[in-house]
Design a protein around this ligand. Sequence first.
Ligand SMILES: [Zn+2]
Length: 258
Amino acid sequence: MNEADEKREKEQAQLKFLVGLQQKDNEINDLKKSLEIIPGQIAAAQKELEGKKSKMNALQAEIDSLKKQRGQLEQDAKTEADHMAKTKTKLPTVKTNKEYTAILNETEAIKVKISEIEDKELEIMELLDAKEQEIPGLEAEFKSEEDLFKQYKQKKEAEQARAQKELAEAEAQRAALAKDIDPKLASQYDRVRKARENVAVVSIKGETCQGCHQNMQPQVALEVRMGLKVHKCQSCDRFLCFTPEPESEPQTESAVPK
Ligand SMILES: [Zn+2]
């Protein structure tokens, strides 16, 4: 093997390593991104569930308040009944018509009060009944939401564990890969990747860099296409490689001539 061939082979190998490194870094990046969003997804689902729980708590608080009102009305009714009994005991001691009329008026007033209290009690009881009937439905709804949340959380935690494992593997693979690259190229790669949103190796399309869409010299494009040399884009500084475009699907409209 002559010196030129040897040099070319070395260049080709380096380019292959750079492409591999970029693929690994993309993989690592994607895994890190999904690991970043998972806790937020779980927290959002939990918040939604807590919202449902607070709806149930609000209903329970309403029921408790109605029961308290009912208790107070029962107490009031008892007080009025006592008042009535006490007023009636005065009757045998009545001496004048005026006194008699006064007692009669008083018992009438108490009757009205009792009737009002009973109306209110009835109203509260009906309301209480309606509210209590809402509980089982809400409870069942909450239970099923809670089950769904538990399943979702479990799924997300499994996803998280899997991504963590894959990330550790990908990082180990990346470290192994980086060892094979010329240290000078490796440090250029790292520098460009940091400066250019994680992308340090891009494919060309025709004579255009797919990273910055600037054209390059035809000779450069040719060498990149043939994998002869490690080139960098003059505009964006990224390493250039060539990935053939996947065959496009035949267009159904024009594929069959009429
Ligand atoms: Zn470029």
